[in-house]
Write a protein that binds this ligand. Structure first.
Ligand SMILES: NCc1[nH]cc(CCC(=O)O)c1CC(=O)O
Length: 309
């Protein structure tokens, strides 16, 4: 029997860390793993902001092609980078236990913080720029691209006073010592999927392999939360360059989902929050999204899409 699971991944250090992490979860099952690095459009185009590259799946399309042609068994992605809809032939089989979902400020300067100091902050995600403008209007958000190592190099070179990044990536790359502020998720709501690693496969992946992934890699509580968040994003029809946010957590046997969108200038935030049983996460995401859409979200979304595209 073929007991090797071939894991497709982007080649960046963060992506390889994530693939190794999934491999380490599979290992005790007795199955072997082989990591297959794959270059994506998002890796090749470094001088243009992701929002401007435009179409969905800039970090996933080439990898999904290899799932479809059978040259890899599973693909490992930051759950955050996955488009809200994946090809019909594919499915998401597992989500790893979520890391802290917070965004953080990293810097070589000590004792600085967002509230009191004026900083040149490197960040690119439209959601982060808009939240900065809303909650910290005195701060200067500067565009930065490239993988995490590149960004940290630019920070060290003094191009920025600080970077605004996901805790998960900072931690995985071993830069915890540079974290000067952890921003609360209660108001600086993370992106959908932030902090978890998603495993994608062909629906026709042999049963034994699928079963191994589900049993050894999936974290059911995280899965409930991320399926709620992804249902929200899918209903919103946002796409990856839209400043949408969505974060679910378990609370007394229920899942609570907060989700919304913020205008690019940070002026308007439209959000909703509801709870539901874990069996109803899809409906929960739809409910939160529909409330956002009705309360001005639909108008805001079309305004944003006209600006970004
Ligand atoms: N946008 C790129 C990206 N995709 C996943 C992570 C980090 C890991 C995660 O958020 O789960 C990052 C870096 C960041 O946003 O700071």
């Amino acid at each position: 029997m073929n007991k090797v699971i071939r894991i497709g991944t982007r080649g960046s250090k963060l992506a390889l860390w994530q693939a190794e992490h999934v491999a380490s979860l599979i290992k005790p099952s007795g199955y072997q793993t082989e990591i297959v690095p794959i270059e994506t459009r998002g890796d090749k185009i470094l001088n243009v902001s992701i929002a401007k590259i435009g179409s969905k799946g800039v970090f996933t399309e080439e990898i999904e092609a290899k799932l479809l042609d059978g040259s890899i068994d599973i693909a490992v992605h930051s759950a955050k980078d996955l488009a809200s809809e994946i090809p019909d032939e594919l499915e998401l089989v597992a989500f790893t236990e979520r890391e802290l979902a917070n965004d953080v400020i990293v810097s070589h300067k000590k004792n600085i913080n967002l509230a009191s100091d004026k900083l040149r902050i490197g960040t690119s995600a439209t959601r982060r720029v808009a939240f900065l403008k809303h909650f910290y209007p005195h701060q200067e958000a500067l565009t930065i691209r490239g993988n995490l190592q590149t960004r940290f190099a630019k920070l060290e070179a003094g191009d920025y006073d600080a970077l605004l990044l996901a805790y998960a990536g900072v931690h995985r790359m071993g830069f915890d010592h540079l974290i000067v502020e952890k921003i609360e998720t209660s108001y600086f709501v993370p992106a959908v999927g932030q902090g978890s690693i998603a495993v994608e496969c062909h629906k026709k992946l042999p049963f034994d392999k699928k079963d191994i992934i589900e049993r050894w890699v999936n974290h059911p509580e995280t899965e409930d939360c991320i399926r709620a968040e992804r249902s929200f994003l899918k209903t919103l029809q946002g796409g990856c360059s839209i400043p949408a946010f969505g974060y679910a957590h378990h609370e007394g046997g229920m899942i609570t989902l907060k989700g919304g969108i913020i205008s690019l200038d940070g002026q308007r935030i439209i959000k909703a929050k509801h709870s539901a049983s874990p069996v109803d996460v899809k409906a929960l995401g739809e409910r939160v999204a529909n409330e956002v859409l009705i309360n001005g979200g639909a108008t805001l979304l079309s305004e944003i899409k006209n600006l970004v595209v």
